[in-house]
Design a protein around this ligand. Sequence first.
Ligand code: URA
Length: 465
Amino acid sequence: MSDKFSASNRSQQQKQQKKPSFAYLIEKKRDGGEFTNEEIRQIVDAIMDGEMPEAQQAALAMAIFFKQMTAQETAALAEEMKLSGEELDLNKVRKSKICKISTGGVGDKTTLILAALGAATGVIVPCMGIRDEDFEITTVAKIGALPGVKTKYSLSEYTSLLTRVGAAIVEPDTQVAPADDLLYALRQNTATLPSLPLITASILSKKLAEGCGSLVVDIKWGNGSFVREKEQAKQLARTITRVARAMERKCVALVTDSNQPIGDSVGTALEIREALQLLGGGGLDEIKPKEQDGPPDPLRDQKELVLKLGMELVRLADVAGSTLSAKQTVERACKNGAAQKKLVEILRAQGAKQDWLDDLSKFPETKYTKKLPAPKRGYVHTIDAGKLAAGVKFLATGKDGKVDPYVGITDIRKVGRQVKQGEPLIIVHYNDESRIDAAMQYFRDAYRLAPKRPKDEPLVFERVA
Ligand code: URA
């Protein structure tokens, strides 16, 4: 009996040794302690190996959510998650590697434009997609909608595209930072997605595995971003830059307004056309001040983002030293056609055959267009950017899941614009009549007009370096 008892006791002990308890780590964080690098490694390994029970993973995520992590802990987490998978080897390419990241955006063509501008000025700009909101039309989706364009590549193909062209826009790869995928799923199930250190570690683990030397980050806040509050965006900008610094990476973050679409179109091919137009349209130095008389420049916000983020990019890459030379470098690349040519090269390298890429007058029009009339006279008070994008996605996506690239909206009346009753707020371009009524409802719901002009919000709210 006693032998039997001790045998079962022993086997229980052995089991316990095989399955370590992580309760002490949860307790440590719950009580506000700071993990060592070794403990972070242990956590990531245990999650990857399936050794940590789900209940403990959830408790740990919640403890981190409430007690936060220091920059050092977050850096260690990002590093361990990066090491959990494959990494791009761009060491042989003796050029600066700069990633441009954003936390959302609707109608924002900045990634397309800066990938081209960076590559045109001799920088490598890796653009593997990161996670996004459901409504968002990602840069990968924008180019992937063009028939013939490939966005799924093996890591070695991606490396060779970057080496050859300077930039490539590809889908996320499950081999890159797989620990982040596990942790992200856990966060989704435990209401811990908004944890700033966990967002930071998630983004940095993927971007550093992609070989980024330095980072330009556009922290968007508002209804077009997963960061809804301005205060949270400022904190995320500080966290990301601080953690990147702890990982010995240079990083500049701009906090920008994402409460309406950027530029004058939302769609896929329509946005690529706008990016090419901007790069071929006489440069950025024609950004008119908002208060100037005459019709407002519909690309004003898009140009401002390209100029400001582009200047950060070329400075981080050491292509330009001073602020003035950074401005001149960006303006020159936009004006002399080099960036426009590069954007076409990036798209062609990924399989685009469309002739309109070289001659925008050949851009195919949709069968139908429809105006969304202003229901009354007044000022555009708010626009729900997410709703506009969701409407475009609905209208463009067929029953088979295929996206019609030429569907979208243009001529967008922006916040602060005075409109007469019946004046178009947007023009909708479409081919499928069966979806237009439902899509118009999204668009109508996205606009709110008011008798008074709304307060003017700056597009770029803060710079954090
Ligand atoms: N994007 C990511 O990749 N991770 C996050 O946690 C949030 C957005």
